[in-house]
Design a protein around this ligand. Structure first.
Ligand SMILES: [Zn+2]
Length: 333
């Protein structure tokens, strides 16, 4: 792969395409932003976290790549998670640019303050731990800049001389999109296709639906894309078949679902017990516990939608058990 270092955290991957590595104050240490130059346009894909070290690292890279002060024309957000969209406001007030985001993520709202308590109860979190988690919980969304343009798949997006397809892939976030430029074969994949092993979906307090089910459907929806330069939100870019990447992701997800269903068939458990068993070090950190529970909760919701498990209150204990032993343990449709 052609790769020209531009700054210590910035590489030109192809003429007019830059990868910018930004630090995160999270368990996941880095996120990728990408910069596109075409005609008079300078477009940034994702903004990183609203955090001084990240904003400085981004500023350095944009300068080194030659973006004039205030010269960004577009800031496209693949989805509204804090590691990708949190920096949108400070980045555009310093560098300019129209912000684009899918309407489903523009419409996202932080859960109402009262939503966490009953949610932790239903997770079976012990009372003392509930208080700790509630004290550490902050809103999972950063405010957006005042003006955000809705990014509509049917309209596509022109950036300079390039015309991008906008592919809506709900699941990781309801308004997650990928951007695809067919002539150059660039696929900005956000967090839809990643080389990692977590559930990649969360059912947070106040959220409805079956995000993991949507995510699996969205993985199928990209199965036919031709070979591309895949530009993920985390990790290294790679060249290959996005469909093969998506199928590998889906296979891992199904394996994890079978594993969870198998555990519950062996011993019915609360969500808290299940999560403590799977990720003890994460659950012990009250700042991360909600995320770990929400990831496992999204798996249980999907297994529930498939008719494989159900939530049963045994006295004050909310226990997940197989719907019927004969039907548990295998993945169905
Ligand atoms: Zn991310």
């Amino acid at each position: 792969m052609y790769e020209r270092p531009v700054a210590e955290n910035c590489w030109e991957l192809a003429p007019g395409l830059y990868r910018i590595l930004l630090p995160l104050p999270l368990e996941v240490p880095f996120v990728n932003a990408y910069l596109i130059r075409s005609g008079d346009a300078w477009a940034l894909i994702d903004a990183g976290y609203h955090w001084g070290p990240s904003l400085r690292a981004l500023g350095r890279a944009l300068k080194a790549a030659g973006v004039p002060s205030g010269g960004l024309t577009h800031l496209v957000l693949t989805h509204r998670h804090r590691d990708h969209a949190g920096g949108a406001e400070p980045v555009t007030s310093r560098w300019g640019g129209t912000v684009y985001l899918h309407p489903a993520d523009i419409a996202l709202e932080a859960p109402p303050p009262g939503a966490l308590r009953p949610w932790l109860e239903e997770a079976g979190v012990p009372e003392a731990t509930r208080a700790e988690i509630q004290a550490a919980w902050g809103p999972p969304l950063d405010p957006l800049p005042d003006r955000v343009e809705p990014l509509r798949p049917e309209a596509g997006l022109g950036i300079g001389e390039l015309q991008f397809r906008v592919i809506h892939v709900p699941g990781h976030s309801p308004g997650h999109v990928m951007l695809y430029e067919p002539e150059r074969g660039w696929l900005f994949a956000g967090d839809h296709i990643l080389d990692h092993t977590g559930p990649n979906t969360w059912l947070l307090p106040g959220m409805a639906g079956d995000p993991l089910g949507e995510y699996l459907r969205s993985l199928e929806a990209v199965a036919d894309l031709p070979e591309a330069l895949v530009l993920p939100g985390h990790g290294l870019p790679w060249r290959g078949s996005p469909g093969a990447g998506a199928r590998a992701m889906a296979a891992r997800q199904r394996q994890m679902l079978d594993f969870v269903a198998g555990l519950l068939a062996h011993r019915p458990m609360t969500l808290w017990e299940l999560t403590t068993q799977a990720a003890p070090e994460v659950v012990q950190d009250p700042r991360l516990a909600v995320w770990a529970l929400a990831a496992a909760r999204s798996q249980l919701r999907h297994l529930e939608a498939q008719g494989r498990v159900q939530l049963v209150w045994e006295g004050s204990r909310p226990v997940w058990r197989p719907l019927s032993p004969a039907r548990a343990g295998t993945e169905r449709g």
